[in-house]
Ligand binder design. Structure first.
Ligand code: SF4
Ligand code: SF4
Ligand code: SF4
Length: 311
C-alpha cells in the first residue's frame, strides 16, 4: 500500500481532474494506494477540522503530488510542508513545472494585480477587498514560480493538464520498479503528422481564430503544417506527450488547431521565446511582427525568471 498526499497551490483543479480521468486504471490501482490527503476530494483542513490546530497538518506519505505554482506565502508554506512530509515529490502540471498560465502575472507588479482583481474589476466589486481590515488575503510573493525554484522535485509531469496516461504510468512505476517510466523527450513537432513542405511561407501571420486550410474528409497527415500556413503553432518549442500513450497526433493538431505550448519547453534549459524566433525564420516570418510576443511565447512557462515586469 503506497500512501499518497496531494496538494494544489496556484491551481485551477484541472490537474486534479486529470488524476480522476485516469479512469478504469485508477480503479484497478486503488487497492494499492491510500490517499491520505487530497483537498479536492477529502475535506481535510490544514489546522484541524475546526481550526483547533496550531501547526499546518499534512500527513506523512511516500508520494506527494503537487499541482499549481507558487504565488503567495500560503502556497510556499504548504509546499515546504509537503516536501518535509513525503519521500518522493511529483510536480503535476505545467503550473507546477514551469509556472503555467498564472505565471503570466509576472509581467505585472503585485499592486497592478491587486488593482485589477480586487479593487477595480466590476465583477469583483463585492469580493474580498484587500484594503478592508479583516479581509485577509495571503501576502503575494514577488513572482509566480515553479515548485523546483523552492524545493527539490523528484519528477515533473508537465501538461495543462497532463495526460492521465502519464499520471497512471508514474504511479505504476512507483508501485513496481519493473514499470519503467519513460516520459517523452521530443517536441510536439516531432510527433506531428502534418505535411511540411519546408519552403518559406510568404503569407501574413494569421489569427488563431481563422480556420486553417484543410479538407475535413482527409486525415491530419494530409493537412499542411499550421506554422507553414501562417499560424503561430508552438509545436517546435513545446514538449511532446499531450496525446498520452495513444499514439495519436498532438491533441490540438488533431482538432486542426495550432499548439499553444501547454506542455512547456522541450527541455528545462530551453526558453521558447528565444527558440521560436529561429523556427519562425525557417518559415519566413518576421518575429517582430508577432503581437504580444512575450505573453504568447511564455504563456505557460513564465516561472524560472522567464517573465518579468518590464520597465
Ligand atoms: S497546469 Fe493547467 S490544468 Fe493544471 S493547475 Fe495549471 S492551469 Fe490548471
Ligand atoms: S508547427 Fe505545428 S502543425 Fe507544424 S509540424 Fe509542428 S506541431 Fe505540427
Ligand atoms: S498540441 Fe500543444 S497546446 Fe495542444 S495539448 Fe498538445 S502541447 Fe498542449
Amino acid at each position: 500500500m503506497v500512501k499518497i498526499a496531494e496538494e494544489w497551490l496556484n491551481s485551477c483543479s484541472g490537474c486534479e481532474i486529470a488524476i480522476l480521468n485516469i479512469g478504469d486504471v485508477l480503479v484497478d490501482l486503488l487497492p494499492s494506494l491510500e490517499f491520505v490527503h487530497i483537498p479536492v476530494l477529502i475535506d481535510k483542513k490544514y489546522y484541524g477540522q475546526t481550526g483547533e490546530g496550531t501547526e499546518l497538518d499534512i500527513p506523512e506519505a511516500v508520494v506527494g503530488i503537487v499541482s499549481g505554482g507558487v504565488k503567495n506565502e500560503e502556497h510556499l508554506e504548504v509546499l515546504k510542508k509537503m516536501r518535509e512530509r513525503v519521500q518522493i515529490l511529483i510536480a503535476l502540471g505545467t503550473c507546477a513545472t514551469d509556472g503555467g498560465i498564472p505565471a503570466l502575472a509576472n509581467m505585472y507588479s503585485n499592486d497592478e494585480i491587486r488593482d485589477f482583481v480586487y479593487r477595480d474589476s466590476p465583477t469583483t466589486e463585492a469580493g474580498p477587498n484587500p484594503d478592508v481590515k479583516g479581509n485577509h488575503i495571503p501576502d503575494m510573493l514577488e513572482s509566480c514560480s515553479a515548485l523546483d525554484e523552492h524545493v527539490k522535485v523528484d519528477l515533473k509531469l508537465p501538461g495543462c493538464p497532463p495526460h492521465p496516461d502519464w499520471i497512471a504510468a508514474a504511479i505504476l512505476s512507483l508501485l513496481d520498479e519493473k514499470n519503467v517510466l519513460e516520459l517523452p523527450e521530443k517536441s510536439v513537432c516531432d510527433t506531428c503528422p502534418t505535411q511540411r513542405e519546408r519552403k518559406k511561407s510568404m503569407g501574413d501571420i494569421r489569427r488563431m481564430l481563422e480556420t486553417p486550410d484543410y479538407d475535413p474528409e482527409k486525415p491530419i497527415s494530409e493537412m499542411r503544417c499550421l506554422l507553414e500556413q501562417g499560424f503561430m503553432c508552438l509545436g517546435p518549442v513545446t514538449k511532446a506527450g499531450c496525446s498520452g500513450m495513444t499514439g495519436e497526433a498532438p491533441r490540438c493538431i488533431s482538432a486542426r488547431v495550432p499548439c499553444r505550448g501547454c506542455y512547456g519547453p522541450v527541455r528545462d534549459d530551453r526558453i521558447p521565446l528565444v527558440d521560436y524566433v529561429g523556427a519562425l525564420a525557417t518559415v519566413g516570418y518576421d518575429p517582430s511582427r508577432m503581437p504580444d510576443r512575450r505573453g504568447y511565447l511564455c504563456r505557460f512557462n513564465g516561472g524560472h525568471g522567464v517573465l518579468k515586469k518590464l520597465g
